[in-house]
Write a protein that binds this ligand. Structure first.
Ligand code: AHR
Length: 630
C-alpha cells in the first residue's frame, strides 16, 4: 500500500538529479565515441603508453606494382609542431603507376564504412620534390578492395600544409582500412592522417559517433561529468614541470583544446593512448548539444585510484589552481579574455555557462586532499563567486577515510561532496534509506559514480529501487550518475557498463533502460509518501559472494567459501570460466539469485586479493560470514 501525504512538505528535485559521467575508460573516446577512424593518426603511440605499442601501431607498409620504398616514423626538427613531434617519413621509389606507402587498420576489427555515406579525409604533408609528390588515398574493405573513389592529392612545397578530400562509400565494410600511397621518389613527410564520417552527432566537425552520442542524449541527462575518474588525478602530483612534450604526465585540460594537430597525445590511466581529439571544447559542446550541465573535473594534486601520494610543491599547486581559473575563463569568459578568446577561436564566442566544477577524484588521503581543496575553492570563490566547487569523499561508501573526508568537508563548508560506490545488488536494496539521515544543513551530495555489480535485469531493478531513495532525498542528493558509461566489447577494463559497442553497433544494458526511465521522468517535487507491503515469505537476506576482476581479466577454479565454524557455504570446481557463473552451486543456506550468490542468513564483507601472474595459485579470501538470528 502506498500512502501519499498530498498536503505534506515537498522537496524540489533538481534537473541535475540524473546525469551521466563520461570517462575515457574501456576505449570510450578514441575508437569509441570520438568518430575518428584512423588509429594512431599522428604516429605518437609509444611503448610508455602500452608495452605492445610502437610508433607504427595501426599502420603497415604497402607496396603496389612492385614499388620499393621506406616508411619510418621520426622525431626530428622537421616535426609538425612541438606537441605533435613524430611524423611519417615516406620515401617511395616508384615509377609509373607503382606506389609505396602505408595502410591504417583502424581500431579493433577495422574501420566501419557505410555505403552512401560521406567521409572526410585530411592529412598534413610536405614534400622535398620541386614538382611535389603525388599521393593516392583509398578506403578499402578487409580484403583491400576500394570502398570509395581513390582520392588524388599533390603535396607541394616543403612546409607543412593540410590537404583534404571527400568521398562517398560505394559499399559497406566493418573491417575497412585506409591506404595512403606515395608516387615517384624523394621524401614526403606525413602527419595527422584523419578520416571522419561526415555524419557525426549534430554534424559537429571533429565530432562524435552518432549512435553512441544519441544513446547518451536519449538518457536526457541533467549533467555531463568529464573527463574522469581515475583518468584525471593520477600523476597530477608529479610531472607538470617536465618539458611540455613529455609523456605520461597528468591529464591537463589545456593539452586538449585548440587545433587538433597541436594537441599532444598522452598515456591514459586505463592502459592505452589517448589522442585528446575529444577534448574539453568537445565535451562542453557535447554537454550543450544534449542539454546537460557541464561538470568538469580537475586534478587536486593528491592521487587516489590505488596511489597515495600528494605533492607539496607550492609552484605546482599554484599552476594547477591557475589552470582551473583559466578553465573557468575558457568556459565563461568574454571573447576579450585570453581563454575566452581561445574558445571563440574554436568556434564558440558565446560562453558555455559553467556553474559547477569538481576538484579531485577519489583521493585516499583526506587531510592532504582537503588542505589543497580549500586553496582551490578559495581561489575560485574569490575570482568566480558563482561557481559551485565539488569536493569528494574518497573511493568508498563508508569507513574511516570516508568519515574523515566528510568531517573536513563540513569544517570547510564545502558546498557539495562527491560520493562513489560500486557494490553488490543486495547493498543497494539495503541502503535505500542511506540519505534519509544525512544532515540537511551540511554539504549536498553529488553521487557521480555508482553501479551494482552485474549487468543483468536484476541490477537495473535494484538500481531503480535505489534511485527512488535518491529522489526522495532530493534536498540532499543533487546529482547522480551510473558509471562507467561506455565500453567497447573487445576492451573493457571495467564492468559492468551502461552502454556497450563495437565499431558499428551499440546497445544499452538493462541499467541503461533504468537510467533512461528516470532521466526522462524527473519529477518537479517529491511529495511525502510511505510504501509498505507484506512479503510473501519473511526471509532476511544480506550480503553476496561475488568474484569480480578490476582492470584485468582473470580465471577462477575450485571456489570454496567456508564459514568460521568450518561449514562449506559454497563450493564449485567450475573450469575457470567466469561466464559459467550461473553454474556454481551452493549448499546449506545459499541460494542463487540472478546469477550472484546471496546468503539468506549471513553477511559477507568485500575482500580483495591481487593475483600475481598467469599461473594458477591458491588464494585465501578471508571472508567473514556472520550468522544472523532467524
Ligand atoms: O568508473 C570507473 C572508475 O571507478 C573511475 O575512474 C574511478 O573514479 C572509480 O574508481
Amino acid at each position: 500500500s502506498l500512502q501519499v501525504d498530498a498536503a505534506g512538505e515537498t522537496k524540489s528535485i533538481p534537473d541535475t538529479m540524473h546525469g551521466v559521467f563520461f570517462e575515457d575508460i574501456n576505449d570510450a573516446a578514441d575508437g569509441g565515441i570520438y568518430a575518428e577512424l584512423v588509429r594512431n593518426r599522428s604516429f605518437e603511440y609509444d611503448t610508455v603508453d602500452n608495452p605492445s605499442y610502437t610508433p607504427m601501431t595501426g599502420w603497415s607498409t604497402t607496396s603496389v606494382g612492385g614499388a620499393e620504398g621506406s616508411a619510418e616514423v621520426v622525431d626530428d626538427a622537421q616535426r609538425l609542431n612541438e606537441n605533435n613531434r613524430r611524423y611519417l617519413r615516406l620515401r617511395p621509389n616508384a615509377r609509373g603507376r607503382a606506389a609505396y606507402g602505408v595502410t591504417n587498420a583502424g581500431y579493433h576489427s577495422g574501420m566501419s564504412l557505410e555505403r552512401g555515406e560521406k567521409y572526410d579525409f585530411s592529412i598534413w604533408a610536405r614534400s622535398d620534390q620541386p614538382g611535389g609528390t603525388p599521393l593516392t588515398v583509398t578506403a578499402t574493405d578487409g580484403s583491400g578492395s576500394p570502398v570509395g573513389r581513390t582520392m588524388r592529392i599533390r603535396v607541394r612545397g616543403d612546409q607543412w600544409t593540410e590537404y583534404s578530400e571527400t568521398f562517398v562509400a560505394h559499399s559497406d565494410t566493418n573491417t575497412g582500412g585506409l591506404r595512403v600511397l606515395g608516387h615517384g621518389s624523394g621524401t614526403v613527410r606525413l602527419d595527422m592522417v584523419s578520416l571522419f564520417p561526415r555524419d557525426t552527432f549534430k554534424g559537429e566537425p571533429n565530432g562524435l559517433r552518432e549512435d553512441l552520442a544519441s544513446k547518451i542524449e536519449a538518457l536526457n541527462p541533467g549533467f555531463l561529468r568529464f573527463p574522469g575518474g581515475c583518468l584525471v588525478n593520477t600523476g597530477s602530483h608529479e610531472s607538470y614541470q617536465a618539458p611540455d612534450w613529455e609523456r605520461r604526465r597528468s591529464y591537463q585540460w589545456k593539452d586538449t583544446v585548440g587545433p587538433v594537430e597541436q594537441r599532444p597525445t598522452n598515456a591514459n590511466f586505463w592502459g592505452y593512448n589517448q589522442s585528446y581529439g575529444l577534448g574539453f571544447y568537445e565535451y562542453f559542446r557535447f554537454a550543450e548539444n544534449i542539454g546537460a550541465m557541464p561538470l568538469p573535473v580537475v586534478p587536486a594534486l593528491v592521487t587516489g585510484c590505488g596511489e597515495d601520494e600528494a605533492t607539496d610543491d607550492p609552484q605546482l599547486l599554484r599552476r594547477h589552481i591557475q589552470d582551473t581559473l583559466d578553465l573557468i575563463q575558457f568556459a565563461n569568459g568574454s571573447v576579450d579574455t585570453e581563454w575566452g578568446g581561445k574558445r571563440a577561436a574554436m568556434g564558440h564566442p558565446e560562453p558555455f555557462g559553467l556553474t559547477h566544477l569538481a576538484v579531485g577524484n577519489e583521493e585516499n588521503l583526506p587531510e592532504e586532499f582537503y588542505e589543497r581543496f580549500e586553496k582551490f575553492r578559495d581561489a575560485i570563490e574569490q575570482r568566480y563567486p558563482g561557481i559551485t566547487v565539488v569536493a569528494n569523499s574518497g573511493p568508498d561508501d563508508s569507513g574511516a577515510t570516508f568519515e574523515r573526508a566528510w568531517e573536513l568537508a563540513r569544517e570547510q563548508n564545502a558546498e557539495m561532496v562527491d560520493e562513489h560506490y560500486y557494490n553488490n545488488p543486495r547493498w543497494f536494496l539495503e541502503n535505500n534509506r542511506r540519505y534519509d539521515s544525512y544532515d540537511r544543513s551540511g554539504p549536498k551530495v553529488s553521487l557521480t559514480e555508482y553501479a551494482s555489480e552485474g549487468n543483468e535485469f536484476y541490477n537495473a531493478l535494484v538500481e531503480a529501487s535505489f534511485m527512488t531513495g535518491l529522489e526522495r532525498n532530493a534536498d540532499v542528493v543533487r546529482m547522480s550518475s551510473y558509471a562507467p558509461l561506455l565500453a567497447h566489447e573487445d576492451d573493457p577494463q571495467w564492468t559492468p557498463d551502461m552502454i556497450w559497442f563495437d565499431n558499428h553497433r551499440s546497445w544499452g544494458s538493462a541499467s541503461y533502460e533504468a537510467q533512461k526511465l528516470f532521466g526522462n521522468n524527473v519529477g518537479d517535487e517529491v511529495v511525502p509518501s510511505e510504501a509498505s507491503s507484506t512479503p510473501v515469505e519473511e526471509k532476511p537476506i544480506s550480503g553476496a559472494v561475488g568474484l569480480s576482476t578490476w582492470n584485468t581479466s582473470a580465471a577462477y577454479d575450485d571456489v570454496r567459501v567456508t564459514s568460521a565454524d568450518g561449514e562449506t557455504l559454497l563450493a564449485d570446481d567450475f573450469s575457470g570460466d567466469a561466464s559459467k557463473w550461473s553454474e556454481l552451486t551452493g549448499t546449506g543456506d545459499w541460494s542463487i539469485e540472478n546469477g550472484s550468490y546471496v546468503q539468506s542468513d549471513a553477511s559477507v564483507q568485500n575482500t580483495m586479493v591481487t593475483a600475481g601472474d598467469e599461473n594458477w595459485s591458491d588464494y585465501d579470501l578471508n571472508l567473514t560470514a556472520t550468522k544472523r538470528a532467524g
